[in-house]
Design a binder for this molecule. Structure first.
Ligand code: KIV
Ligand code: NA
Length: 265
């Protein structure tokens, strides 16, 4: 297997091959997910919850993400490696975003992800300076309090139209990838159709996008407490972690995950 590149991801999108992404936080699971065929590994600020035991992503710091990026980078072999810019490390100015992105790039991230429909100017600034950027719309966990909690976004027509406009602006600004979280499948499909070169990765956004992402601990069935509806527990069938990871990649590739009836809004 060749290392996954940005051009490779775009080629997969063009060819209709679904992209399988997982979060990763340490070298051992990064290697396991990579060996299972994951195309992308995301060092998500979800580490604030699944690694640190917090109740949101807000307290996570840049140094903490950088530490986990270094860990994952040592375990990774083929997968494309992206990392979250945590809350408070990019909102102040494009310059602040560049400084923070450089920290993650030095740690080994090939792409940085930031949240919100207001970020197009920052995305443009970063892309002009050689940073590869993933945007994130829909439910944006860093501002979950302002959104009224972990709720499906873009349900009414005005909110859907706004999200479509924001996605277009982010693509125009040079974002190569877009994570869409907790939005109706029809809205995610519309965003992908209107931006055919943008690699749209869904989580709780239906199957009509370039690929899927899940939080590792959720899809392994390790996370305590009830899982959101869009998650499938790939550990339930047994056989150990490696088989669960392989089942996830296979299910994304053959489009059996997500299921329209069970995992979609
Ligand atoms: O932090 C994270 O794990 C994420 C994904 C769920 C998209 O942002
Ligand atoms: Na995140």
């Amino acid at each position: 297997r060749k290392p996954v590149s940005l051009l490779g991801l775009r080629a997969m999108l063009a060819a209709g091959e679904k992209i399988a992404m997982l979060t990763a936080y340490d070298a051992t699971f990064a290697r396991a997910a990579d060996d299972a065929g994951a195309d992308c590994l995301l060092v998500g600020d979800s580490l604030g919850m699944v690694v640190q035991g917090g109740s949101s992503t807000v307290p996570v710091t840049l140094d903490e993400v950088a530490y986990h990026v270094r860990c994952v980078a040592r375990g990774r072999r083929h997968a494309w490696l992206l990392a979250d810019l945590p809350f408070g490390t990019y909102e102040e100015s494009p310059e602040q975003a560049l400084r923070s992105s450089a920290v993650l790039a030095r740690a080994g991230a090939q792409m940085v992800k930031l949240e919100g429909g207001w970020t197009a100017e920052t995305v443009h600034f970063l892309v002009e300076r050689g940073i590869v950027v993933c945007a994130h719309l829909g439910l944006t966990p860093q501002s979950a309090s302002a959104l009224g909690g972990y709720r499906v976004q873009g349900r009414d027509e005005a909110a859907a139209d706004r999200l479509v406009r924001e996605a277009r602006a982010l693509a125009d600004a040079g974002a190569a990838m877009l994570v869409l979280e907790l939005v109706p499948a029809a809205l995610a499909r519309r965003v992908q159709q209107e931006n055919p070169a943008l690699v749209v990765i869904g989580i709780g956004a239906g199957g009509d996008v370039a690929g899927q992402v899940l939080v590792l601990h959720d899809m392994l069935g390790v996370t305590a407490g009830p899982l959101p509806r869009f998650v499938r527990d790939f550990g339930r069938e047994g056989g150990g972690v490696h088989q669960a990871l392989q089942r996830y990649v296979a299910a994304v590739k053959d489009r059996s995950f997500p299921e329209a009836t069970q995992h979609t809004y």
